[in-house]
Every structure is written in structure tokens, then in C-alpha cells.
Design a protein around this ligand. Structure first.
Ligand code: LLP
Length: 406
């Protein structure tokens, strides 16, 4: 880590290929014996080298935009391993997904009646049929942060169960769509099995009901959501998750699609940042680092906890500090009142569990170039995204003529 910090500079995201691979295989083995496809939710980490890693391991991709589709295809994801979720697909995005690779994608997870109508029209205009599943909202409380709970009645996601059943009947008569599945996703960073079991019970009943009515339900998409330890959470392991669901899934006779994001990449990545200064005020010590909320927004946005580890721990003793970035907002912190080994300027810190929803949520706020991304493979490392330069900040900007003269 010190070598990478010295050679690539900081802030930098560093991912471990060995961990990515291990996480993927553990998840895959948890469902051995059940026909399934792991579609990595690329919103968690969309670097094309990371996508490529999962595609090489036999995985697919869960996308939520045309931009994600573009990245997935660039990374080499076969269209027949791509599922498309999201409440606001545009006609352009639908067209792209229906035609890419000549065959179009594996499945659209449709989230409203209006979207189904639109997709039917777009598909018919292209002379094709869209493979669809309805994303049902099973009204389950995943007991996680409110911003990342998606399967509650009050949330914008999915179609309520009663309406979904009507939507299947309507869709049966639409020439531009081909019904093939049922899907759901109830939230993210879920740390108990209960919500998953409840959701499975509800969607299984729907699958069985639809099959009894003659619908050819080939796929059940269970979404993502399995949590990871950031601090002292004890989420179920993928094996425990598999053990809890496997039997119920086998009985359904469907191919199961999973959309895990965080559990595959979260703990496979860290953000390296260097201590710039220390300063005190009113009995508080601030450790100012070169990474900021524009690089990793989770603490500011969700109040989320990330472990902080000095890359080299030479000094004795601990002190309680706030670790803050250079951005001009009080919400720009990585830790508050945290007991850490005594730090000095020049020390490099690892912000742990930053592989998911880290770089992808980063921005150029305060005109800070976005961080580099690095993939470690054995004793080698590879820069998989260059640190942005100042000129990258101006990409696409233009001063119009009427402002030209100073
Ligand atoms: N499928 C769908 C339809 C989703 O909306 C999500 C996440 C996933 C799969 C993957 O969920 P995961 O396995 O990663 O929990 N930015 C937030 C997380 C937002 C999650 C949104 N949807 C964070 O930093 O915690």
C-alpha cells in the first residue's frame, strides 16, 4: 500500500483482485445446485477492469442506465448476461438495450405500467420483443438506512403486488414484450436473513400463482442487498444466505438471477489518503487528509462508518481525532471522535470498505480531480483509472463568444 501511495499518489482507490475473485466464488458456491446467474450490480463499482473481472468469472451485470450498458459492453459483458433495472428508463436507453450485440439484453426489470407500455411501443417499432420481468415491491422492511430501503410500500421502486398481477395480465396481450420473470430488490446493506426470507416467500407465491395462470416464468431475480461488515455488524455470510434460500429456490424451478453489488466489492477496496496537517480547536484535534467527501461521500451522505487504518503504524499511543478533508463543508469528514494511532503529516491512511459506492459516487466538487483507481493482482498492481488532471476538469466546457473579450 505504501508503494502504491508513493508511486500513484493519493487519494487513490485500491482494489484486490484476489478478494473480488474469492467473493464471487463464495457467492456462486452458496447457490451450487440451483441454476443461477450472478449479475454484479455495477452501480457499486463500474470500472471496466472490475466488470471484466466478474465477466471472466462467468458473471453478468445488473445495469440501471444507458451509460452503465455502454460500460458493461465495453468491458465485454455478453448482452445475454445483462439485466436492466431502474425506475426511469428512457426510450433511447430502451432502444440501446433492445438492439445491443444484435440480440439485445437478457431482461428488463419493468418498474411501472407506464414503462411496460413504453417498452412495448419501442420494441414493436424495432420489430423485436423485449424480454421482461416485473419488479414487484413486496412491502418488506429491510431494516437498513432509509435512503437505501427500496422494497417498502412507500418507496418509488417496483410495482405493488396487487398492481403487478394486473400488469402481468395486461402485458400478456402486448406484442412487443415477452414475459419471462419476476424480480424484486428490497434494499441494500441488509444485515439479517429475515427480510430476504420474507421477500422470497412473497415472490415465490407470485411465481407459483403466475405459473398456475399459464405464464412462462423462467427467471426469478432476487436483487442484491446482502450487507457487509463496516464496523461491528455481523451480516449473514453468502453461505448462510444461500442455506436460508436454496431449498425454496430449488422448488420453484426457475433460473435465479442475483444482483449483488456491495458484498462482492465493498470489502475488496480501500481509499488511500495522506495526512496533510493536524490542527486543534477547542480541545478537538482535526487530522486534515488529502481525500474528501468528493472522493468518498458515504460518511457525509449516510453517516456511514469506515474503519481507518494507518498503512504503517510506527507510532505509540492513540488519540481521539476527527479525520476531515479539504472540501469547504462541515460534512466533509471520514471519521468523527475516533481513537486512532497517533498520526503525523505524511502518514498514509486506508479508508476501509470503500470498494462499493466509493469511486462511482465521487464528483469534481471543489474542482478536485477524481482519484486514481488501482487493481492489485498478486505482487503486481495496475492503474485501472488514471488520476484526473486539471484539463480533465474542463472537458466539454466552453466560453461563448459574447464573453470572449476581457
Ligand atoms: N439491484 C438493484 C435494483 C439495486 O437498486 C441495488 C442497489 C442493487 C441491486 C445492489 O445492492 P447491493 O447488493 O449493493 O446492496 N449508495 C448506497 C447504496 C445504494 C444502493 C442502491 N441500489 C451506499 O453507499 O450505501
Amino acid at each position: 500500500m505504501s508503494k502504491i501511495a508513493a508511486e500513484v499518489g493519493t487519494p487513490a482507490y485500491v482494489y484486490s483482485y484476489a478478494t473480488l475473485e474469492r467473493h464471487f466464488k463464495v457467492f456462486d458456491q452458496a447457490f451450487a445446485g440451483v441454476p443461477h446467474l450472478i449479475c454484479f450490480a455495477m452501480k457499486a463499482n463500474s470500472n471496466i477492469a472490475i466488470l471484466r473481472s466478474f465477466v471472466k468469472l462467468g458473471g453478468g451485470v445488473d445495469i440501471v442506465s444507458g451509460g452503465e450498458l455502454f460500460r458493461a459492453l465495453t468491458a465485454g459483458a455478453p448482452p445475454d448476461r445483462i439485466v436492466y433495472s431502474g425506475v426511469g428508463k428512457t426510450r433511447e436507453e430502451m432502444k440501446y438495450a433492445l438492439t445491443c450485440g444484435g440480440t439485445g439484453i437478457l431482461q428488463f426489470n419493468v418498474e411501472s405500467t407506464a414503462e411496460m407500455t413504453e417498452l412495448d411501443e419501442v420494441a414493436r417499432s424495432l420489430g423485436v420483443q423485449a424480454p421482461v420481468s416485473v419488479r414487484v415491491n413486496p412491502d418488506i422492511n429491510p431494516k437498513t438506512h432509509p435512503y437505501i430501503s427500496t422494497g417498502l410500500k412507500k418507496s418509488k421502486f417496483g410495482v405493488p403486488v396487487a398492481e403487478a398481477l394486473k400488469l402481468y395480465e395486461t402485458a400478456r396481450n402486448l406484442k412487443g414484450v415477452r414475459i419471462q420473470g419476476v424480480s424484486c430488490h428490497i434494499g441494500s446493506q441488509i444485515t439479517t436473513l429475515g427480510p430476504f426470507k420474507d421477500a422470497l416467500a412473497r415472490v415465490s407465491a407470485i411465481v407459483k400463482g403466475l405459473k398456475a395462470k399459464g405464464f412462462d416464468i423462467k427467471h426469478l431475480d432476487l436483487g442484491g442487498g446482502l450487507g457487509i461488515p463496516y464496523n461491528n455488524e455481523k451480516p449473514p455470510s453468502p453461505k448462510q444466505y444461500g442455506d436460508a434460500l436454496r431449498k425454496g429456490l430449488k422448488d420453484l424451478g426457475c433460473r435465479i438471477l442475483f444482483e449483488p453489488g456491495r458484498v462482492l466489492v465493498g470489502n475488496a477496496g480501500a481509499l488511500l489518503t495522506t495526512v496533510l496537517y493536524k490542527k486543534g480547536s477547542k480541545g478537538k484535534t482535526f487530522v486534515v487528509v488529502d481525500g474528501a467527501m468528493n472522493d468518498l461521500i458515504r460518511p457525509a451522505l449516510y453517516g456511514s462508518f469506515h474503519q481507518l487504518w494507518p498503512v504503517k503504524n510506527g507510532k505509540k499511543g492513540k488519540e481521539t481525532v476527527d479525520v476531515v478533508g479539504p472540501v469547504c463543508e462541515s460534512g466533509d469528514f471520514f471519521a468523527e471522535k475516533r481513537a486512532l494511532p497517533v498520526l503525523e503529516s505524511g502518514d498514509v491512511l486506508s479508508v476501509m470498505s470503500a470498494g462499493a459506492y466509493g469511486f462511482v459516487m465521487s464528483s469534481n466538487y471543489n474542482s478536485r480531480p477524481r482519484a486514481a483507481e488501482v487493481l492489485v493482482n498478486g505482487s503486481d498492481y495496475h492503474v485501472i483509472r488514471k488520476r484526473e488532471e486539471y484539463k480533465d476538469l474542463l472537458h466539454g466546457e466552453h466560453v461563448p463568444k459574447f464573453l470572449a473579450a476581457l
